[in-house]
Design a binder for this molecule. Structure first.
Ligand SMILES: *Cc1c(COP(=O)(O)O)cnc(C)c1O
Length: 388
């Protein structure tokens, strides 16, 4: 039955329903805060945890559920939750799994905001966060305390690039009932099978390769275990970590080309790294596929690819002022954080300030190799070397 409507009401209500049966590859982009219930009984029986139903935009729409299901499959997991950024995904895991009195272990080379979150948990939440040598491997067993609940692993650390022994850390953790969360952003869920190697939780900054556009912020947390997923989804709900429909769409749009982009970044980065390795300006190339990189043997054993991100250490004779001039002189490499987009990026890091026991005096510069012609990138770097 159609309701009588004034033009003012017609601005808001319509009886028109588009015909069913429309299908297209992108799927629909569902925008919603309010989700409508058929009747009161449906509202009363609605459960925000139930992914077969909808209760409120924050807890999921067909657009976000679809992206979550796809990401879980790519990662080799069963259950996935989206968060508004990679960092929000990390925080969601911590707030889901840690409480006052607990202990969390993080690698010393962990993504810096994750490290900062650990310091905050330690300062204000009665949780201890302790930092371990990323190359510790099975030696992590000696650090595990009765109150240790969670170990973060990042493979590899995204500035200093040490490759951790995930199976050894996971085995030691599981022997003591400790959960392992892997930040798998560098390998994009393609080049490292986190769950097969022992991770209980795999986190991605979808901001990087999955988006591929340098324009979206989003994170994901995937598990195989339903009970663990339920704990994390409670934190997702309590903290209100929903994502926007258009952003979810943009990430979905990036997925079909991610394999091709990842492999192209990988091939170009290895070419560039090889070229840099032969240059007198560069002392070490910190790329997991190169023998100079700590944990290279583990990379060979556990990974099937690399992607576009690596670092170099300049020869000791170059001052920071000189390497800053080098970075400023680059034209195709833009100065900026993040990676995974088509544009090449460069970033100098004060690694000696970031790490307690860092031995090397040389200046560390990180490259994100984009999708430009690698010969043009090499020429850009060669010219910038000349301006140091
Ligand atoms: C970028 C990044 C994050 C955080 O992702 P955002 O979406 O920028 O918050 C976390 N871990 C790693 C390794 C990253 O590179």
């Amino acid at each position: 039955m159609t309701v009588q409507k004034s033009p003012q009401t017609a601005l808001i209500h319509t009886d028109y329903k588009a015909p069913e049966g429309f299908e297209a590859f992108p799927g629909a982009i569902h925008h919603a805060s309010t989700v409508l219930f058929k009747n009161v009984a449906a509202m009363r029986s609605g459960d925000w945890k139930d992914k077969n139903a909808y209760t409120y935009g924050l807890h999921g729409t067909p657009t976000t559920f679809t992206l979550e299901a796809r990401l879980a499959e790519i990662e080799g997991g069963n259950h996935c939750l989206l968060a508004p950024s990679g960092l929000a995904a990390i925080a969601m895991v911590d707030f889901a799994l840690l409480k006052s009195g607990d202990d969390v272990l993080l690698p010393e080379n962990v993504y810096n905001p994750n490290s900062e979150l650990g310091r905050w948990l330690s300062a204000d939440f009665g949780i201890t966060a302790r930092y371990y040598d990323p190359l510790i491997g099975a030696g992590i067993a000696a650090l595990i305390q009765p109150n240790t609940k969670l170990i973060w692993v990042e493979a590899p650390g995204s500035v200093s690039m040490e490759v951790p022994d995930l199976p050894a850390i996971s085995e030691a953790a599981h022997a003591r009932g400790v959960l392992v969360a892997l930040d798998n952003t560098w390998a994009a869920g393609l080049a490292l099978r986190g769950f097969d190697l022992g991770a209980d939780i795999v986190m991605q900054a979808l901001t990087k390769y999955q988006s591929g556009g340098s324009d979206v912020l989003m994170g994901a947390v995937t598990t195989r275990d339903k009970a663990l997923y339920d704990r994390i989804s409670l934190a997702h709900m309590r903290l209100g970590l929903g994502v926007g429909a258009d952003d979810a769409y943009l990430v979905s749009r990036g997925l079909p080309t991610m394999r091709l982009r990842f492999d192209a970044h990988d091939a170009a980065a290895r070419k560039l790294a090889q070229w840099l390795k032969a240059r007198p300006e560069i002392k070490r190339v910190l790329h997991p596929a190169f023998a100079d990189c700590p944990g290279h043997d583990i990379w060979k054993r556990d990974f099937t690819g690399a992607g576009g991100l690596f670092s170099v250490i300049f020869d000791d004779r170059y001052s920071e002022a000189q390497t800053d001039r080098f970075v400023d002189a680059l034209k195709l490499f833009k100065i900026g954080y993040s990676w995974g987009g088509a544009n090449s990026l460069v970033m100098p890091y004060r690694i000696q300030h970031m790490r307690q026991n860092w031995q090397d005096r040389g200046i560390l510069v990180r490259f994100n190799v984009g999708l430009e012609d690698v010969q043009d990138l090499i020429a850009d770097i060669e010219r910038a070397f000349g301006e140091m």
